[in-house]
Design a protein around this ligand. Structure first.
Ligand code: AMP
Length: 180
């Protein structure tokens, strides 16, 4: 089975939930993809193949659906796992970044001792929509002076052009590109 066929097969396991959690949002539910042991295995292997030879030392997962695959990838890449969480959830001293959401502002945080200048980092989230969350996460991690940053999503909603918010030379990848 080639990788392209895998992607199309796996894509069918992403469930649309119209008007969740708000009216007008077509929520992409990845839980059917993750609950299948065959599909989870294929998905994990695809991601590991992509990032295996990059020398990644830390995988950062963005709360909360980013935690699922980020933890698995950290294990598979023999890297550490670091969470980025919403304000007030992490117990130790944090660095933080504010960002604009559709309605109002949000704050994300990371432990101040979680990354070093030697780290090669993969930031992972389940989905790229408008790009506000990943831009804040990228800027937060960059401000900590790591050696290199990669960014990965399972799903990219291409019609929302979130990628355009990120620097052009940043290595950004997504497995599933959806346009609705
Ligand atoms: P954004 O900052 O607009 O790129 O939104 C990305 C974040 O919001 C990710 O952490 C996603 O988990 C979540 N998100 C936004 N839109 C959706 C959607 N349609 N389906 C599932 N999650 C979404």
């Amino acid at each position: 089975m080639t990788c392209d066929i895998n992607v199309e097969l796996l894509k069918e396991k992403i469930r649309n939930i119209p008007n969740f959690p708000y009216n007008g949002i077509n929520f992409k539910d990845i839980t059917p993809l993750l609950s299948s042991r065959n599909y989870l295995y294929i998905l994990t292997e695809m991601l590991l193949e992509k990032y295996r030879n990059k020398g990644i030392t830390k995988v950062i997962g963005i709360e909360s659906r980013g935690f699922f695959m980020a933890s698995i990838l950290a294990y598979g890449l023999n890297a550490g796992f670091v969470p980025i969480r919403k304000s007030g959830k992490l117990p130790f001293e944090c660095f933080e970044r504010k960002y604009k959401k559709e309605y109002g502002e949000d704050v994300i945080q990371i432990h101040s001792d979680s990354l070093t200048a030697d780290d090669i980092v993969l930031i992972h989230d389940d989905l790229l929509a408008t790009g506000g969350t990943i831009l804040a996460a990228y800027e937060l991690v960059k401000s900590m002076g790591v050696k290199h940053i990669y960014v990965n999503f399972l799903v990219e909603l291409t019609h929302l052009s979130g990628r355009c918010k990120l620097p052009e030379n940043l290595d950004v990848s997504s497995i599933f590109k959806l346009d609705s």
